[in-house]
Design a protein around this ligand. Structure first.
Ligand SMILES: [Zn+2]
Length: 174
């Protein structure tokens, strides 16, 4: 299907934004636009680099979002979407997660540990199985009190996230 339009929904608090999704590779291109026409104009001019140049990475406020894809270059009026919607994270100008609609991307979630809400990546712990490691930590000693929290559960709610995790996430994405 080639390139299609995607939409990031922030819930009640903010207007939706739009991005371009490469359905051939299964990866979304992270810059977010208020106007889909502006996104296509930039894409047609110079693909990913033109999208990044058009929307500089500035925002550091991370919100839980709902990500949906259109069947083509626009969403149709009856609200039909392509594939299942997914919950993830975005700032005002970058989609942060999920970027892949396949399985090439590590799985992210929130991890509440010691009263702090981290963004965690699922990592392979060898014999002990997979575990969630906060992005702010080189190594992580799993504790039985650690609690995985789905992004979906905090949609439309104010987030008090670990600032080191936010900085790491924004630096590695987009
Ligand atoms: Zn953290």
């Amino acid at each position: 299907m080639g390139r299609i339009l995607g939409r990031v929904e922030y819930g009640a608090c903010e207007p939706n934004r739009f991005f371009i999704h490469d359905d051939t590779s299964g990866w979304s291109i992270s810059p977010l636009f208020a106007d889909p026409a502006a996104a296509w104009e930039a894409y047609d001019r110079g693909e990913g680099q033109a999208l990044r140049d058009a929307v500089p990475k500035r925002s550091t406020l991370v919100t839980v979002i709902r990500k949906v894809l259109a069947h083509g270059r626009a969403f149709d009026a009856n609200g039909e979407i392509y594939r299942e919607p997914s919950f993830g994270l975005a700032t005002e100008d970058r989609l942060l997660y999920p970027l892949s609609s396949g399985y090439e991307e590590s799985r992210y979630s929130f991890l509440r540990a010691g009263g702090v809400l981290h963004v965690a990546e699922e990592v392979d712990g060898g014999f002990s199985g997979n575990y969630d490691r906060p992005l702010c930590a080189e190594r992580w000693n799993w504790s039985k009190d650690d609690e995985r929290v789905a992004f979906e559960d905090l949609f439309n709610q104010p987030l008090d996230l670990c600032p080191q995790c936010v900085a790491a996430l924004i630096a590695q994405r987009g």
